[in-house]
Design a protein around this ligand. Structure first.
Ligand code: NDP
Length: 465
């Protein structure tokens, strides 16, 4: 049967756009649909606008640092509308660029929500398109627990478009998005309450790094409300009948006030209303599309990549998965996505980045380890007087001398760890780190000059959570 397309992609985010472009360059006839904006979470309401806002908020600390270097004390006023609108303009530019990239590759864009009618037919708005192969790349969306008053809360989706900067904001959750936005709002001058159901932020990361970040966030002025659940959010009215602050209530009768509540309590895959079950695409326990190592679903001609699958919810991973799929199916170059040693960063302040195993994972999976750590005040902050330290950690498998984990909390952690990730991927040994000459004076040279392993056994491992 002749189909309209060789490949039809549902969702024009990072994974979908990459897969469609690569498939088209391999000669496939490709169509793609999108119901919001081309670019997906990362470009439109995730990584890109977030990082721009992180840059904005960091100036606050740098103005303070400058005084120690002889600049007169100055903290110029900040305009939220200017920042918000400039960020939105950059997002618009990237959105247009992504559309041009699709056009340039010969991919046909259909605006509208895609729904599978059968294994080869997708309904997009009023139109039906047919394709030999289908790729689901619909990403995910924020989850807000359905507590009373949850409708008053915003998520990261809305945080980029606020009419004004809140004087006070409560951010619920202790993961990536929560700590990143806590840093943004704190830097821009809001009072930030972080509400965590655990004792510390960033569960799943190296325990020492978590603790280091948590303490640094407290030091930066963020109010940590740990081991706290929220039972309800109450909206109040002020004396003139206008909108007053929100009251955030806890199950035991506690309460605090804030001007805005933001939930960052995880994301769920976009799988509802797509007709997946009808065409034999199974979901896994997490509600994500179940895929094999080739990103193939349980339906023979349907694949899925990115956050709609339950693998690693990061843009570069979605890009890798989409690219591997397109090369395999349309480029005669079969290759599987490699999810080992994926580096990642959290753009909290101070920044955290890592590649490889945490110490806790390494202790569970490997034998004897050598662990090297270093904590120091970066040169810039000696004169600046900023009380912010950097933390670095190398985890080495004793039997092979292989460096199996690199972790850093501090300025430019993401930039540094990106480079070191190549060494880890290549299987570098500690001896090879030691044989590498440092660049002086940098923080990064510390990674090649850590000579003394911490005494083993290490201090008591934090209780598994
Ligand atoms: P995360 O899964 O990272 O964190 C969710 C947080 O919310 C956890 O602290 C979790 O606590 C808490 N939580 C979950 N449910 C509740 C609840 N009902 N009440 C209170 N707290 C709750 O999710 P995010 O939304 O921060 O980010 C989603 C994903 O997006 C990330 O996992 C990451 O893959 C990606 N991302 C990556 C970024 C980057 O690369 N820099 C930036 C932003 C997002 P607990 O630990 O107890 O489960």
């Amino acid at each position: 049967m002749a189909y309209d397309y060789d490949l039809f992609v549902i969702g024009a985010g990072s994974g979908g756009v990459r897969a469609s472009r690569i498939a088209a360059t391999h000669g496939a006839r490709v169509g793609i649909c999108e119901d919001f904006r081309v670019g997906g979470t990362c470009v439109i309401r995730g990584c890109v606008p977030k990082k721009l806002m992180v840059y904005a908020s960091k100036f606050a600390h740098e103005f303070e640092d400058a005084v120690g270097f002889g600049w007169e004390s100055a903290r110029p006023p900040h305009s939220w509308p200017i920042l918000r609108d400039n960020v939105a303009r950059e997002v618009d530019r990237l959105n247009a660029l992504y559309i041009r990239l699709l056009e340039g590759a010969g991919v046909t864009l259909h605006m509208g929500r895609g729904r599978l009618l059968d294994r080869h037919t997708v309904e997009v708005g009023e139109r039906l398109v047919t394709a030999d192969k289908i790729l689901i790349a619909t990403g995910g969306q924020p989850v807000v627990p359905p507590i009373p008053g949850h409708e008053f809360a915003i998520t990261s989706n809305e945080a980029f478009h606020l009419p004004e900067l809140p004087k006070r904001i409560a951010i619920v959750g202790g993961g990536y998005i929560s700590v990143e936005f806590a840093g943004i709002f704190n830097g821009l001058g809001s009072h930030v309450d972080m509400v965590l159901r655990r004792d510390r932020v960033l569960r799943g990361f190296d325990e020492e790094c978590r603790t280091f970040v948590h303490e640094a966030l407290v030091h930066s002025g963020i109010k940590m409300r740990t081991e706290m659940e929220i039972s309800r959010i109450e909206a109040t009215t002020d004396a003139k009948g206008g909108k007053g602050p929100y009251r955030v209530h806890t199950p035991l009768g506690g309460m605090f006030e804030t001007d805005l509540v933001m939930y960052a309590t995880g994301r769920s895959p976009n799988t509802t209303g797509m007709g997946l079950e009808k065409v034999g695409v199974q979901l896994d326990k997490a509600g994500a599309v179940a895929v094999d190592e080739w990103s193939k679903t349980t339906a023979d001609n349907i694949w899925a990549v990115g956050d709609v699958t339950d693998r690693i919810a990061l843009t570069p991973v979605a890009l890798m998965e989409g690219h591997c799929f397109a090369d395999t199916e349309f480029g005669k170059k079969p290759r599987k996505a490699d999810h080992r040693d994926v580096p990642s960063a959290v753009f909290c302040q101070p920044e955290m980045a890592n590649v490889g195993l945490t110490e806790e994972e390494a202790r569970l999976r490997l034998g004897e380890l050598r662990v090297y750590t270093s904590a120091f005040t970066p040169m810039k902050y000696t004169i600046a007087g900023r009380k912010q330290r950097t933390f670095m950690k190398l985890i080495v498998e004793a039997a092979t001398d292989k460096v199996v984990g690199v972790h850093m909390v501090g300025d430019d952690a993401a930039e540094l760890v990106q480079g070191l990730a190549i060494a880890i991927k290549a299987g570098a040994t500690k001896a090879q780190f030691d044989a590498t000459v440092g660049i002086h004076p940098t923080a990064g040279e510390e990674f090649v000059t850590m000579r003394t392993a911490r005494a083993e056994p290490t201090p008591k491992k934090a209780a598994a959570e």
